[in-house]
Design a protein around this ligand. Sequence first.
Ligand SMILES: Cc1cc2nc3c(=O)[nH]c(=O)nc-3n(C[C@H](O)[C@H](O)[C@H](O)COP(=O)(O)OP(=O)(O)OC[C@H]3O[C@@H](n4cnc5c(N)ncnc54)[C@H](O)[C@@H]3O)c2cc1C
Length: 440
Amino acid sequence: MWNFETDPEFQQKLDWIERFVRSEIEPLDYLFPKDETYNTGNPALMAIMTPLKAAVQAQGLWACHLPPSMGGGGWGQLKLALMNELLGRSFFAPTIFGTAAPDTGNAEILAHFGTPAQQARYLKPLMAGEIVSCFSMTEPQGGADPKVFTCRAEPTAEGWVLRGEKWFASNARWAEFLIVMAVTDTSAAIHHGATMFIVPTHTPGVEFVRNTGMAFEHPEHGAHAYLRFNDVQLTRDNLLGEAGAAFKIAQTRLGGGRVHHAMRTVGLARRAFDAICERAQSRYTQGSRLADKQLVQDTIAELWMQLEQFRLLVLQTAWKIDRHNDYKLVRGDIAAVKVLSERVMVEMASKAIHLHGALGVSNEMLFGEWLLWGHALGLADGPSEVHKLMLAKQLLRAQSPNAGIFPSQHIPSGAALGAAKYAAALRLPGHRRGWVTPAV
Ligand SMILES: Cc1cc2nc3c(=O)[nH]c(=O)nc-3n(C[C@H](O)[C@H](O)[C@H](O)COP(=O)(O)OP(=O)(O)OC[C@H]3O[C@@H](n4cnc5c(N)ncnc54)[C@H](O)[C@@H]3O)c2cc1C
């Protein structure tokens, strides 16, 4: 059964979300740097966001990624995709709807692997939006290849002592706690020798070397911490899940995180597309509007096709997750939408910049931020190359080599098989390819 329609009751919720995001939340994009959305210590922003969060909760739309048992709506991934593409229009909307990364993924692993005491201390306030959290895996010497990780938690009589460095730990400066992956067993392969720890940010020995920012950001706005752990003492209370299970735990959060980024990217890319169309309709140059010029029309048609292809793949991936209820079975699809998120966002933001002329590259538009974000989408949660490799390997595993010396699409070989199958009909006159074998 194929159906591309939204049921009217759910459409009403989507309509409310769209109106709310556009009128109440998008203004924040022009007022605050985007990573401030995680800064629970910003009084002006909190004065705006707290009542907005309450309005979302009153609509029953808070934390819509979670099942009802965890306080969410239990909508499933397909409906979540339709919601997230509206929330993706603004960097502030996911926080106001209780669905912001990396807190969503961190909540997921705390729910799966946390002890009741850890859930009471960290998960409950996290899901209520009272605190933010940080996931810290990447190290300065490399993120795409965990085999180069050296941050080490050495066993002691009381637990472990954590030493080493982490890099690009998003929101650590505002986080109540860090989820840190550390090597605990150097004799095992990293996939079995690393362990996850919950480290409250103010634990003695946690050093912020600096808060790195994105290009063009004021150094004080950096939200991606360079961290150093100087003999941080950890006990069993800090252990998340089992020792040696860090990769299994990380996979639990990354599948969902990647596909949710893709859902939101549909929304931000559409906002850029709308800006492109508005510009084309408004700007008059060399005798006509941009909208009247065929080269611009070509650009707009191409961008729309890219965006809609991407959106359909995101929706199908979400549908498959609901259907199979197992991220492992949808890994290839998730990899594909992850790679496309970068491509579509970079392309859309680049064209938005270009069609706005000098204004487009200026600091008076959001496009530069969106372009950089597009590139970030190709790195965060693993570079596009790694995801393409995974997808290609999966696709190739499903295909066997050709049985004989010639490929299965070889005309003479195919004609021989076809001739055997339809020998009687081929004795009748009729135009055909010249490869039918003498036996016919
Ligand atoms: C905005 C943002 C937020 C982030 N937040 C976090 C966070 O909260 N926590 C965290 O732990 N990390 C975070 N990261 C880090 C992210 O996970 C890493 O950037 C990513 O894993 C890549 O690691 P790297 O930056 O060290 O690049 P490298 O591993 O050095 O890779 C550099 C480049 O090498 C190429 N490459 C890598 N592997 C291959 C391959 N097999 N074949 C061909 N080319 C390849 C790719 O072009 C890749 O981009 C964040 C990154 C960004 C951009």
